[in-house]
Design a protein around this ligand. Structure first.
Ligand SMILES: *Cc1c(COP(=O)(O)O)cnc(C)c1O
Length: 494
């Protein structure tokens, strides 16, 4: 069985220069299976976003034209992955599919002890339950929503140790995801090393705009962890893109293969975990390590929460797709597709004066809702308002990544997010360039009408991860006004 993609001849950068001088990312794939889309008229979109409580998570895809909510489980599958799924070995225990997944993880990440889990947050549950106790501190470059929720569930606190300028929207810093080593040393010393069980580094730091860290920085973090006897935990959910940025931006690795960069990154960490929904277009996830004592400690919880040690809640087809998807992560032309489309969109929007996070990162284009809608205070959720307004005028579904995705303090006040972002995810090899240009065009128009957009307030607010299921309402009749402006501008165009 051939489960490994043809990666020969991919050592050179896939960039093709155009005679016109234009900087157009070229697709190195062709479309063979398609899904029909529709774009409902704006009146229907207004009813749909109302029904969804102004929360794009609660929209139905039949009401959505381009689904840019997330890259989670939405990257396109390759023909090789689909082929492998047909050859899965269905067994409760001892499945050959699991052996193939284990082999792929060892090949790509260099870790031979593997625990399967049903998705990324399940890995967090298993790891934090095993290693974290109440009162502990877990330093990290930056949190992810599910990571923070699981750590809080175990009574721990986090320290986010990015460099101060990493949260500036506009920047030329190639590695905004780097950890500030002086802050790390200080956090460990002041909290007491015995209360710091783990240091967590997240590849392509999701919530600050898919921003990478450098290997030089990871080496320093690993050195501190080693000196202090603390385990270094790598969240590898978006590791492929981080490796791609290292190759592009870290001079030492210009000539290195993505495969060797991935090895170098993982070798520095004691425990690597990932959501396969992101990294390999499949479902599921895994925890991997080369330390037997870590493996033995973690494995106890897998049958309890996930499933037997050879499937961990995943179907064997997903396991096969993961194995192939992980190997495909080492292919430049595959891993660079999403970042190059994102860069294209970010550069176009920047040229139009629309505030976006720079440099362009992984995962999606991040529009700075704070800069887009400066008249909306953070307590009225500007990023949520922008997500709702953009859906209304385009049928494109993005995701709020701002105060709405945050929580409240013990006095019931919103903990204001460091940045108010509308994330427009560009899952790998899913959208065409004309669709990206449509996004650019509609965002451009919305920017000219930005004063029409108003704020939101909660009408139903869950106490945990409220952004998933919470419902809101508009603080005025701004959605109707925006619809009327759209109809004046575009007539009977959808
Ligand atoms: C998505 C994600 C997770 C959680 O993974 P799920 O599969 O959604 O549970 C954890 N960390 C990062 C960085 C992620 O992007």
């Amino acid at each position: 069985m051939s489960s490994s993609p043809d990666t020969s001849g991919h050592s050179a950068s896939p960039a093709v220069r155009f005679f016109s001088g234009e900087n157009i990312p070229l697709e190195m794939h062709k479309v063979r299976v398609v899904q029909k889309l529709s774009l409902p008229p704006i009146e229907e979109r207004l009813s749909a976003i109302r029904r969804a409580g102004f929360n794009t998570f609660l929209l139905k895809t039949r009401d959505v034209y381009l689904d840019m909510l997330t890259d989670s489980g939405t990257n396109a599958m390759s023909d090789v992955q689909m082929g492998a799924m047909m050859q899965a070995d269905d067994a409760y225990a001892g499945s050959q599919s699991f052996e193939r997944m284990q082999a792929a993880i060892e090949e790509v990440f260099g870790k031979r002890l593997v625990l399967p889990v049903h998705q990324g947050r399940a890995a967090e549950n298993v790891i934090f339950r095993s290693y974290v106790k109440a009162g502990d501190l877990v330093p990290m470059n930056y949190h992810f929503t599910t990571t923070l929720a699981h750590l809080e569930l175990n009574g721990a606190k986090i320290a986010e140790l990015l460099h101060d300028e990493a949260l500036q929207v506009k920047s030329t810093n190639p590695f905004k995801g780097n950890m500030d080593i002086a802050k790390l040393r200080h956090a460990i010393a002041s909290h007491g090393v015995q209360n710091v069980p783990l240091i967590r580094m997240e590849a392509s730091t999701n919530l600050i705009g898919g921003q990478p860290f450098s290997i030089a920085n990871l080496r320093e973090v690993a050195q501190v962890a080693k000196e202090a006897g603390i385990l270094l935990l790598l969240d590898a959910s978006l590791i492929g893109e981080n490796a791609w940025f290292i190759k592009q931006r870290e001079p030492e690795f210009q000539q290195a293969s993505i495969a060797s960069i991935l090895h170098e990154m993982c070798a520095l960490a004691d425990i690597v975990y990932f959501s396969s929904r992101k990294v390999s277009s499949s479902r599921g996830g895994a925890i991997c390590t080369n330390r037997p004592e870590v493996f033995d400690k973690l494995k106890v919880l897998v049958p309890l929460f996930e499933g037997f040690l050879t499937y961990g809640g995943m179907s064997v087809r997903e396991i096969e797709a993961m194995a192939v998807g992980l190997r495909e992560t080492t292919d430049d032309t595959i891993i660079s597709q999403s970042p190059s489309f994102i860069r294209y969109l970010v550069e176009r929007l920047e040229a139009l004066g629309i505030p976006v996070v720079t440099p362009a990162g992984g995962l999606g284009c991040h529009v700075d809702a704070g800069g887009f809608l400066p008249h909306i205070p953070q307590a009225e959720y500007p990023a949520g308002a922008l997500a709702a307004a953009f859906y209304l005028i385009s049928g494109v579904r993005g995701m709020e990544r701002g105060t709405l995705s945050s929580t409240r303090d013990s006095y019931g006040n919103d903990i204001l997010a460091d940045a108010e972002l509308l994330r427009l995810a560009l899952p790998r090899r899913v959208f065409t360039l004309s669709q990206v240009k449509y996004v650019e065009d509609r965002l451009h128009w919305l920017y000219t009408q930005r004063e029409l957009v108003g704020g939101l307030r909660f009408v139903e607010e869950p106490s945990v991860l409220r952004f998933f299921m919470g419902r809101l309402e508009a603080l005025s009749d701004w959605p109707e006004k925006l619809m009327q402006a759209f109809k004046r501008a575009f007539g009977d165009s959808l």
